[in-house]
Write a protein that binds this ligand. Sequence first.
Ligand SMILES: Cc1ncc(COP(=O)(O)O)c(C=O)c1O
Length: 347
Amino acid sequence: LKHQPSARFDLSSSGVQRIGLGELGVKIDELELSGSSAYGDEELLGLIAARAGVPSECVVLSMGTTLANHVAMAALFDAGDEVLIEQPTYDPLIYTARLLGAEIRRLPRREENGFGVDLDELRRAMTPRTRAIVLCNLHNPTSARIGEEELRAIGEIAAGVGARVLVDEVYRETVWGEEKRHAFSLGGNFVVTSSLTKAFGLGGLRCGWILAEPELAGRMRRMQELYHGDHVYMAERLSIIALRSLASLESRARRRLDANRDCAAEMLAAHSKVRAKVYEFGTTVALRLPRSSADEFCKLLSRYEVAAASGAYFEMPQYIRIGLGGEPELFREGLARILQALDEFGG
Ligand SMILES: Cc1ncc(COP(=O)(O)O)c(C=O)c1O
């Protein structure tokens, strides 16, 4: 996706439009090059822990959700262990598990079931060798949400064979006001990963974290030393500044996402060829095309000066994903062009 040519109407990103340094209101004397403690800045750890409502010892700082997922998986299973990953999913989760040598099995999240998790199907898919279940909540690309009761049940099913549940919650950050209702609050066999990237337009900070039981968190911290040794102190100082002003960053993001969500709901409902569910939260909408393939449709889109994410990146070749985080006028025009392209695409 990163190598896709940029377009005038770029709806391919899944994050809220990135903000600049000026918008953080940073003063140079608030920054410093070095000073971090062994496992990251204590103040930063404290801010993330307070926001999540957990003790600092349950927080592992990481370079974005990307490295958080990698480190979490590395601590949860060994090569040859069995891991159950949702399908469709954000494909780096599969590649990471594969890189770590896991024996990967899949857990379908079916369209007819609103991309939820079927608990009976999950029970059948579990074996005594399952070490971890891997899910995204909210789901990428659909933004479908797994509710708390369902998650709790998933945790119990996993616990039955001594497995953990890794939940990538980077998009749950847009479920405003629910900071403390992450999956880790449901039980100790949950591990949560997240970051400031998607909801707050702060991907450049690489401020990510893992929430896990203290012993497991300690293991992850030590493991992380193998990847990058110290943390980037300058980025940690900036992350502290961002976390202190998260309320205003949130209202900016929320206004933007709500405006584009309303616009998408209205425009998609008025078009007969497209099937799409616009969820209450999240930064993306998945659009089902009348025929395959999304790659072919994305090529057509480039003639309309539009970029969207092909569902091929998410094991959904008949879908495209549009991001709600862009500037509203560009979003509206970009979506209008997608709908025109759909008329040309036929099917
Ligand atoms: C489900 C999911 N997890 C993680 C990431 C990467 O997040 P970060 O920028 O925090 O590394 C993405 C980015 O697209 C994503 O979709």
